[in-house]
Design a protein. Structure first.
Length: 303
């Protein structure tokens, strides 16, 4: 794939919006770091973000919205959350809040969690893209998995060149440090990731820093989960892949991007079924299959 680098302009944003609505991820600046943005309502578009980053596991992604009103259509904001949002948005603050059931956000975005990280960015390029697409945009930092966050378009090109169709160049980002993340889920505020905004003083007592990776207790089904199943027992709900048809299938054609896009929806579906146990067909250990298998082995271990 050829990666185009376009300076920020109305034309570049129009191009980018077309790609986003077609399910392609594109790189765009925010005031913190460059993000790799995709349509958060389209599971396949979000799977494409993971594919481009070569991420070996699913992490919940931050969703960018134009303003607090748009955020409130996706998550539930209590008083402490509203206080922070009113003070710091637009800006480098991400709030983790309970996800609304009618949010329209694809389950892969939150890795199946009942909470969501939301942010109203201040940068004109990301704001223009939000307006042009009319969609909430999931965007992790625009670097290959394991590489450091990009603060210039050249960093993105070096890391993801050949893997994404477009980078919108707005020069160096102002902050150069990822957003502060605060969880507002359950009456109190907790700092999950320190960042450009110092919220310590505003946090309720005992707000201690926890690594976001650890804190994000990922979705695991309430039922026993058996992996690498070619066939199912009568009491098992079988999630298929490729030649293994199952009760439902991650991807009948064996497409790993489709499988990643459907994974969390099908786990929820299997969990809600009448059968007490879940079995899952083998998924090949390459490309996005590595992230899928990572996720599944965790779910199987804790089930
Ligand atoms: O400044 C930023 O925040 C940049 C720009 C592009 O917005 N984005 C960014 O995304 O740093 P990323 O994916 O590199 O980091 C997102 C962090 C992850 O560590 C993830 O665990 C945490 O946010 N996170 C997202 N949703 C969460 C949730 N529901 N619960 C707990 N942690 C969450
Ligand atoms: Mg990152």
């Amino acid at each position: 794939m050829e990666t185009r680098l376009l300076p920020f302009s109305d034309q570049a944003i129009a191009n980018a919006a077309g790609l986003i609505l077609a399910g392609e991820p594109i790189a765009v600046a925010t005031e913190t770091v460059y993000g790799l943005a995709g349509d958060a309502t389209n599971a396949r578009a979000v799977a494409n973000i993971y594919e481009a980053k070569g991420r070996p596991s699913f992490n919940p992604l931050i969703v960018h919205v134009p303003d607090l009103r748009a955020a409130e259509r996706i998550g539930d904001f209590d008083e402490p959350a509203l206080g922070l949002a009113n003070t710091h948005w637009p800006g480098p603050l991400t709030l983790v809040v309970p996800l609304r059931p009618d949010s329209g956000i694809a389950a892969i975005v939150t890795a199946g969690l009942p909470t969501i990280g939301l942010r109203v960015p201040a940068h004109p390029a990301m704001q223009a893209l939000l307006e042009a697409t009319g969609r909430p945009l999931a965007a992790p930092s625009a670097n290959a998995s394991g590489a450091i966050s990009p603060t210039r378009a050249e960093h993105v090109l070096k890391s993801l060149g050949g893997r994404i169709p477009l980078i919108i160049d707005s020069g160096a980002t102002e902050r150069g440090l990822e957003s502060t993340i605060v969880a507002a889920t359950g009456g109190s505020l907790r700092l999950l990731r320190p960042g450009p905004i110092e919220v310590d003083a505003e946090l309720a007592s005992g707000g201690k820093i926890e690594a976001p990776g650890q804190l994000a207790s990922h979705y695991s089904p309430g039922k026993a989960l058996r992996l690498n199943a070619e066939t199912a027992a009568p009491d098992e709900y079988l999630i298929g892949f490729g030649a293994v048809a199952g009760d439902s299938s991650l991807s009948p054609t064996g497409d790993l991007i489709e499988a990643a896009a459907r994974l969390f929806d099908l786990l929820h579906q299997a969990d809600a079924s009448a059968r007490p146990r879940i079995a899952l067909a083998p998924v090949p250990h390459r490309g996005l299959g590595i992230a899928i298998n990572d996720r599944l082995s965790r779910a199987a271990a804790t089930a």
